[in-house]
Structure formats: structure tokens, C-alpha cells
Design a protein. Sequence first.
Lengths: 245, 488, 123
Amino acid sequence: MRKVIGVLLIVSFAFFVFTLVMRDLWVEDPTAVRTLGQAAIEETIPQSGAANTVTAIVVQFRGLDTLGEVTVLFLSALGVALLSGEFAGRGLKEVFRDDGGFILYYGARLVLPIIILVGVYIVAHGHLSPGGGFPGGVLVATAVYAVLMTGVKKELSTRIMAVIEGFAGLAFVALGLLGLLSDRFSFLANILPKGSLGMVFSAGIIPLIYAAVGTKVAAELSTLVTSLTGSDYASADTTAQGGKR
Amino acid sequence: MVSPMLLIAMPLGAAFLIVLLGSKIAARIVAIATVAFLAVLAPFWLTAAISEPIAIVLADVVPPLGIAFGLDAVSAGFVLLIAVSGLLVLLYSLPYIPHAGEFKGKEKAEVRYYAIFLLLLAGAFGLVMTKDIFNLFVFFEILCISSYLLVAYSQEERALEASFKYMVLGSIGSAFMLVAIGLSYRLSGSLAMTDIAKALAAAPASYSTLVSVLFVFGFGIEAAIFPLNTWLPDAHSSAPSSISAVLSGFVIEVALVVLVRLSLNIFSGTMLLVLSVLALAGVLVGEMAALGQKELKRALAFSSIGQVSMMLFAFTLGSEIGRWAGFGQLLMHAGAKSALFLVSGYFIVRTGSHEIEAYRGLGRKMPAASAFFAIAALSLVGMPPFFGFFTKLRILEAAAAAHSGIGYAGIVVILFATVIESIYLFRIVRTLYGANAEAAVSSSAGGDLPVFAWIAVAGFVLLVLVGGFIIPSFDRLLQPMAAVLATI
Amino acid sequence: MISISAVLYSTSLILILLGLYGVLTRKNLIRVVISLDVVDLGVNIFLVTIGYVRDGRAPIYLADAQTSLADQASRMVDPLPQSLVLTAIVIGFGVTAVALTLLMRLYERKGTVMVSDLRGLKW
């Protein structure tokens, strides 16, 4: 019964969209971009000094959206940690019965620094090439997953990750507030010198913001997996507290 | 003049700080200090915004390239409401939260509660201040995700289930909103609401219809518009009572007002009519469902559906007096419903039960709590001389002044709903003060409300108690808000 | 010749519809979450396609290329939808992570993730 209603709803919705709107969209591919995109392309180098227009938009022109996005990730990490209290202390030993042998043991240790290096590279070059804080942070977090999955370490301390997370977040907000305190009186204004196009140390505060974002994302994703697999460092309150409630 | 960007920067920074420090005491102090600071600044921003909207330039980039942001009368009014409500609920949370659920990791969870609460406030602040459609989406997501998490806080089965349902519906809504944003950008080449409004007005009808429907779907889920509100009774009743108060008190209302603002300025006129009809349906369904509830918080949750639908009806009448009435009702409901939920929290703690029958005779064991409950309930029904009477009366006046079929239908529906409301609310109050007190007395431990909870509830009740008498001063606030709502 | 953007728009629409169908009809809640993911995917593809320009290049300036900067600028695709999608992907990921954690907790409590056994989830 539900399937029938579901199909009916979907079909009517599809019909609605198709007949009314898709007509307009089935045209030749456009040859020029829309106003806002055009403005962004033109203003990237003069206003931000970055070579990557998407980064200029994400970090500078629409920096508040990125702050919001970072906040959403922060919320997810908090939420997962909040809901994972029951998993604490279990670890992955229930899932992985044997230890993977020689290749896993040495291979993991060999590959880890490379993963981290590539991740940091991507974060640092966010304003010059595709990438930036988010993919770079994810890559660094992948290194942490590798650590857990291959048994290099059985437990990780979410406390340290929380400290890193908090610091990185505060750094982002502080960079924004610097803009407020400067003569431009604008939150998240790009107050540092723009430098020359194509250098790593250019584009004002953009690399700094991406560095904060990258660190935060890496810390958050690591917390996510650590909480979910129960590989939390044995913390004080996983055992029953005394009588006081 | 202090920059209103502090409304975003401070709660975010405070939340990061709380997680950094990781201690419960630090969390409480930081949270309360932050919100208190903002609540003190809010009236100043309000008086400034009423005389002239405060425009804020972000990242030193002006719209349309940058994000359009600012504080006008509507935003500033909401900022005051959110900040004060947030502060009172935080005070209430101090003694209450340790009672909200039993699970492993409770100590650290409390720290996270305060952090997530602050982020909820930041999301709400951003939502009312932004004039850019994608920024709206981002802050909306912050608000939604904080709510999903806080609903699930107690980690009881029903809370987890309610949160999941809420989350699934909310995600679909967000997806639709994104499609609408994409379509708007494609049409207008900009993300600023003013530009989109102009472009949609000139667009073919089918296009703007699709965009409006998608938006209404997206926001309607969060604003609890019938029939998109199936998640609400479970979520508001399973959440910790402090969160129920916040959700019913301002979260759904903020979503509602944003939706109304978009409808008035960007969407076509038929959308308003559709919303009016849905609103009346919501009033009926909400109040009738509340009648049959045996659990207090579920009854209150259904009542919220009914009350918010009344607000929606008032807003969609299309007249300034209608909007005025809607804002009045919003303010009253924030005070009354928050008080009701906060008190119910302690009814549950003291008796260990969610059911109304278990509260029989609590009027004697918990005199202050019950008195507060009774006053708030009377105001909600609309009994003079409480605030609720005047706000409801004004809605009826606005409906009559509309001289339209829907206006008259609205009068009938609201009067009928008032009768229903009085039936179940009086029933609850009678139970509280009823005879046969053994059930409550034996199982309730620890007396009346703790100090901070008392202060918080008193704050909300004060609003509905004196609101009726200081209507003229409220009108100086509400009238500009009503006027500004029709602009974007 | 069908334009590329038409193909992409159709794909995104189909994905969104498939995902919605999944959310409405699947009994296993993990599949519901996956369907939500599919909807997100469809929406993101839709957003990126809005920025498509025929014969466009990636919106990144190359400082040492043969073409001038102005020349490069005239052939770029629209960078704005890409930035929107960047944010949307992250937000979608956050929601999925929390939803799955909720399901893990529910599974622990009840031993099942089928809708029929979870009484609170009747629509």
C-alpha cells in the first residue's frame, strides 16, 4: 500500500516538474555565466589575490557560509560523540579478529606520513588549486582511520581532539573578529596583504582560514570514527559513578 | 555601536571554548555569560533597528557578490525574544539537565548540551538576520541539526525515534530548499533575496510556482505547517523539557516568520491563500488531537501546532493588522508555552511519570509550579485579563477586518478551537488541584521548583501576566515589526 | 544533439525521485538513510549543472599560462554553484553521520532497524 502511494506521489511530482519546468532547461548549453558568477570571476584577483575563484567565494566573499558549514560539522561531531557514550571502551577488537599480518603492520606505518603530507599540501594550496580545508582535512582524518583500522593504535584520546577542534574553531572566529576590529569594520574581512598571484603565501587570510578549517575537519572526523568504534581512550565516567546523580 | 555580528561570533566562539575546556562548570558559566551579554545588548539594537535598519557588510564585500545581512525591526525583535528566552531556559537547565535521562557518558554529555544549545541560538540569530537565500539555508541547517541533537539528548528510545523521524523529514525539506535555491539563482543570477524577489515576479508562473512550493515544503516542515508536522508531537514531547520550551517557544516560530516573509515578498498571492487554508486545518487538527492526549507534554505539543497555525493564519490575512496580531500571539505563546513546558519538566522529575493523571493533587505539593502552570494555561486559552486574551482578540479583529470568506471561516475555527483548548487545559488544571492527592504525594520527591527553575518560569509567566497591561509599549515594538515584515 | 546540461538535469531529477521513493517505501531504516543520501547527491548534481558553460574551463587562474588572465576569465564555468555544493555536501555528510549514529543506538536497544518494529516511526 505504501509503495503504491509512494509511486503515485513520485510520479505526480515528476510530471509536475517535467512539464512545467524542464522545458526551460532543455536548451542549448549556456555560453556565459550568470551575474554573480561573473562578478566573482572578475573580482577574485583584485579583491582576494587567490587564483582559485571557488576558494575566493567560499572563504572571502561568502565566508559566513563557510563558518556556518564548519559549525554544522562541529555539531555533527558533537552529536555523534553525545550519542556514542554507550559504545565507549568497546574498540574494534570484536570486529577484527586477526591482526592483518606483516603487510598491514608495516604498510600502514609506511603510508601514514604520506597521507598526512598530501592532506596538508591540499590544505595549504587551497587558494591555488582545487582542494582547500575540507578535502585536505578529510585526507588527514583518513590517516587517523588507517591508524585505528590497522591496529597501529587501539585507542585514541578524544580529549586531545576536542582541544584541537576548539582551538581551530576559535581561530576561525578570531580571524573574523580581527576584521571587525580593523579599519574596515567588517566581520571576516581580508585584512592581510594579498601578495602575488600563485604563491603559497598570498591571498591574505585565506590560507590561514583554510588551515583552521583543515585542522578542525581532521579533528572532527577523527572524533567521529573514534566515538563510533568505541576506541575512545578509557575515560573517567565510563564506569558507574558513585551514588550521586 | 557594537556590531550585531557578535550575535553570531559570540555563541560560536563560546561553543568552541566550552568544548575546548571540557568542564561542566566552565560550560555553564560561559554559556550563561554569553547569552546574558547578548540579552543586555539586544534592546539597544532593537531601538536602533526600529528607527533605521542596521545594514551589515560582511568580509568587506557588498552584495550581490557578498552576503546581504542586516538587522531590521523584525530581526531585532526576534533577537530580543531569542536572547531572553535562551537566557531563561539556560538558567532552568542548570538544575534540570542532570535529570534528563540516564546513559553512559552523562558527565561529558552535559558539556555538549550547553555547546549545542549555544549553537542553536547562533543558528536562530543568523536565520533572522540574513537577507541572502543561501546563507538562510546554512543557518537553517545549524538550527535544525542542533534541534535534532537536543531532541535525542535523553537517549531514551522514544527520543531517539522522534529525533530520527524529525531528521528524515527535515533532510527532505532541506533538499527541496536547495533545489529552490538553485532555481532562483538560475533565474536571477544572484542570491540576495531582493534580487530574487524581482526576478521571480517577472518569471513565468510555472517557474515561480515550483520555487514557492519547494520553499514552502522546506520551511514548512520546520515551521510545523499542517500536514508537514507529523514529527512535532513526538519530538517536542520526548525532548528534555528545556528543549521543548525552546522548540515550541521560538524555533518553530522563527521558521514560520521567515516563511511568511518569503511568501509575502517573493511568492505569488495564491500561496498566501493556500497557507491560510492549511493554517486553519492545522488549528483544528492540533487542538482536537490535544484533547485526546493522556500525556502532558504531548498535549502541549499538539497545542503548539494549533497555536502556531493561528499565528500563520493571522500573518497570511495579508493586512498589516493581521501581521500585528500574529506577532502579538507569537510573543504571548513564547511566554506561555515555555512556562508550561518548563513546569511540566519538573512535574515529570518529581513524580516520575509523563501522564496527567499522575499529577493529581500536585497543586498542594508544588504550589508555585502549579500556580505558574495555571496562569500560563489561562493566558494560552485567552482568558482576560491575561496577555492571551488581547492577542487572540486582535487576531479575531484582523480576521473580521479582512471581509473575506477565509477571514470569517477563521473566526469560527478559532473560536471553536478556543473552546477545545479550554476543555483540555482546564481539565489539567483541575487535576492539579484535584482531590485524592495520595498518588502524587507518595511518589513525588523533593518539593517544589529549585531556585533557578523558579526564576526562569517566573520570567516567562511575568510576560503573560503583565503583557495585557502594557500592551501599548508592546505595540510600539510590534507595529514596526508588522510593517517591516512586508518588505524584504 | 541533446545538450550536456539536459542530460545532467535529467540525471539529477531521476536521482532525486529515486531517493524520495526510497525514503517513502523502504522498511529498513539504513536504506532510508542511504536514500536520503541519494537525494542529496541528485540535488548537488543539479546545483553544479546550473553553472555549466559550453566548452568551459575550471575557474582557476593560472599565473604562468600562455593565455592572459582576461582570456582565461572569459572561458570559466560559473564558480558560484560549486561553492554552494561544497557547503551542501558537508552539511549532508553531517546529517548522515548523526542519522546513522541514531540508528546504531536504536539497533542496540531493540535489535532491529526495521520500521515495523519501531513503534514511534509510523508516519
